[in-house]
Design a protein around this ligand. Structure first.
Ligand SMILES: *Cc1c(COP(=O)(O)O)cnc(C)c1O
Length: 357
């Protein structure tokens, strides 16, 4: 096995508890496990969470079908706008569609469940204010479809005290107020759950995504979320290098002293971007060593000036402590979401339960 991502399900439970501790009583959890559960493996994560949450949310119909075929029976909401040729599948697999565009009313099959997504300021998907009257009319007309909820998505809840959150909330309340009161309502992503508890963002349910996997949206830190993955590999080969000898494509890095170079079978196709080349460390035998040279498609190298590494030695790319997607995101000026979703699905993933595989 070239490398392995180890997902600690006890830590996932810990993160879920951190979320639940912030919820009012009776508020449901709709766990967002789109994009292969942010790279962590959708079906195993879903199987583990399905007894602890009320709903799953995914980005695409095919992700929802993968869950149903993986034995997941709890309700699943798909965020994307359905395509005409797929309308049957929502019904066949008992998947909740999103109506974010009034044209969707015409394509869903009788008996399909759906929720209305309102655009209250994100300007991405959702029924815009100018279509609200038409949406209300079609909602009343299409009684062969089953509406189960109303939702919206915040553009800027990833930082505290952003006034757009209040504006979007006001709009959502006024849009939702036009529809029957018993429909479930939800708005809150990670940022809203952690930063906007005071603003009544929770309604009937919340939609936590990145926090489940141990990361907060935005710059802040919180002590009760823990990254749930480690990433482990080994030296496929090691070799002695002489001072001044170039290593890797382009020979852009040269050994500062005589030492050893170890080659790890992970590359940019696995999710280690070329841009992070030379800017991170890995753990070998309890010690941090520098990554050196360009990242190749399937390999990267590390250098040690001491002769303390050898072929076959285990290497941690992410460990339990400081090496994790949060730090990579800082170096790459991006967000942990992009790091974990970039982990290629070809990488073997295993799941630790009560500290056992
Ligand atoms: C991705 C997504 C979420 C979850 O967002 P996080 O910031 O990861 O918590 C919630 N709702 C919608 C509509 C989304 O697309």
């Amino acid at each position: 096995m070239r490398s392995e991502i180890i997902v600690d399900l006890a830590k996932l439970d810990g993160n879920l508890n951190a979320i639940k501790s912030r919820l009012r009583s009776g508020v449901k959890v709709m766990a967002v496990i789109k994009d292969n559960a942010y790279g962590h493996g959708a079906v195993p994560i879903a199987r583990h969470l399905s007894s602890q949450v009320d709903w799953f949310c995914v980005a695409t119909l095919s992700e929802a079908i993968e869950l149903r075929e993986g034995g997941i029976e709890i309700p699943i909401l798909v965020f994307e706008i359905p395509e005409v040729q797929d309308a049957d599948k929502y019904l066949d697999y008992c998947i909740t569609a999103t109506v974010a565009d009034i044209s969707t009313f015409e394509i869903l099959k009788a008996g399909t469940e759906y929720q209305l997504n309102f655009d209250t300021g994100m300007r991405r998907l959702g029924i815009p204010e100018e279509d609200l009257e038409s949406a209300l009319g079609l909602f009343n007309k299409h009684t062969e479809l089953i509406c189960t909820g109303l939702y919206t998505h915040f553009s800027s809840a990833d930082e505290p005290n952003n006034e757009s959150v209040t504006k979007q909330l006001d709009k959502f309340r006024s849009f939702a107020g036009r529809f029957p009161d018993q429909l479930m309502k939800h708005t809150a992503n990670t940022g809203a759950i952690f930063y906007y508890q005071d603003l009544d963002v929770q309604f009937d349910a919340v939609r936590p995504g990145v926090c489940l996997y141990g990361y907060l949206a935005g710059e802040s830190e919180t002590s009760d979320l823990t990254p749930i993955i480690e990433w482990k590999s080994y030296f496929m080969q090691t070799r002695a290098v002489k001072k001044g000898e170039p290593v890797g494509y382009g020979g852009t890095w040269k050994a500062p002293e005589d030492g050893i170079v170890g080659t790890i079978p992970i590359g940019y196709s696995d999710g280690v971007q070329r841009l992070i080349g030379g800017k991170f460390q890995v753990e070998v035998n309890g010690i941090l060593v520098d990554q050196v040279g360009r990242i190749s498609m399937d390999y990267f190298g590390i250098y040690s000036s001491k002769s303390n590494i050898k072929q076959g030695d285990i290497v941690y790319i992410f460990n339990e402590k400081t090496l994790n997607p949060k730090n990579w995101a800082k170096v790459l000026q991006t967000i942990p979401y992009e790091i974990t979703t970039s982990l290629n699905s070809r990488i073997n993933r295993s799941y630790l339960k009560n500290n056992r595989l």
